[in-house]
Ligand binder design. Sequence first.
Ligand code: ATP
Ligand code: MG
Length: 436
Amino acid sequence: MPEPFTIAAVLAALCALLALAVTALRLRRARAEFTREVSSWRMKLDIDMAQSRRERDQLLDALGDAFMLVDADARVRFANKAARTLFRGRDLTGRTVHEAFLDQRLAAALMRCLETGEPTVTRAVLAQQSSPLGDQERRGVNAWIIDAARLSDSPAEDPTTRVVIRDVTREYQTEQIRKDFVANASHELRTPLAIINGYLENLIDDDLLDDPELTRRFLKVMRKHTERISRIVEDMLVISRLESGEAAALKVKPFRMRSCFNDVLERLESVIHNQEATIRIDMPDLDLTFAGDRFYWTQVLFNLVENALKQNPRKGLTVTIGCVRDEEVTRIWVSDDGVGIPSADLTHIFRRFYRVEKHHSQEEIKGTGLGLSIVKRAIEAHGGSIQVTSIPGQDTRFTIEVPREAEARLLEEAEANALPELGKAPEIEVGTPPES
Ligand code: ATP
Ligand code: MG
């Protein structure tokens, strides 16, 4: 018979074992619970991180500029959509900057920042064939700004650099046009000025003033050249007025196109008569009313008809001026059967100061070469466009198209601007009343 003490001890041990087992079980459950929770947190964290990465990528993809993150080994860690498009849709992640950029002039700007840690902003001007866009590029020369800087919160031993590549081709082209304009304008002004100077020197230094006949001849030549200078300056002012806030420069009102044609023909009457030219008006609706700035339309038509007459001084030229309108556009054209324009020159004739070489072999000063450039700008300010085709000797035709919708919009804007301001108190003149 076991002793009661032994039984109690065994029971106690059993109880302890049981308690231990229960605790172990609880602990295991708790651990399983904890592991489950941790993994669910981890999953949630992963989802959150993936979500925020997606949001970041979406945000960076929405940027118009190419954006990249590059690590200390010059490897691309991230490239946004614009960057991928810029480099012909290639996957850039993991590639070195040299592989990604292809043209080393772009890479060099970034490498400077990677090596020195100093922010850099560089402009690279590349020819079309070296452009990152390659065959898709059609703009001739491209200009890019490469803006690189180290991220301020990235660790010093493994820094990350952000790169923004901005396409500034349009700004670059505008800058070039402006430079060309200034260069051309000074060149065009310098020629008549040099001639005037030459004549003045002759008159003064060679004491020719005593010869009234010669003096008169010299002064006449000088007057011709000063007139040319003032024409160039006037034309340049018109261009700059049209270029600065184009539509704002216009005074739009409805006018009869036929009366505008008449004004032009009246101004050119003596030339038409002298050259025995025939003018045909091709206009089914003689009452056609057009909304635009009549001043500019008269200038446009004047220059086109004048060009036709001026380039064809031979007798018997036929010039046709036409205007038709349908639901979509108003089409206006000026055509002649004269010498025409060589096809190689057709794309250039709207450029400032451009004149067809062949037409100007003779000494006679014919024009500034600004006429068609004013024509184009004036038409564009009205929301229209101008095209030219030429079959020499048969048909040289300038065709203008102005969408009806653009015409209506300009008129609407002009009418809205002309409305008197509502609620404005009438002006009261302050002064002494007239004595009665
Ligand atoms: P401006 O108009 O300032 O007096 P311009 O007539 O020489 O000078 P644009 O009107 O711009 O200048 O014309 C540019 C050039 O295009 C002309 O010099 C001429 O060579 C050519 N051209 C224009 N119209 C005709 C035409 N109808 N026939 C032949 N050549 C033309
Ligand atoms: Mg002209």
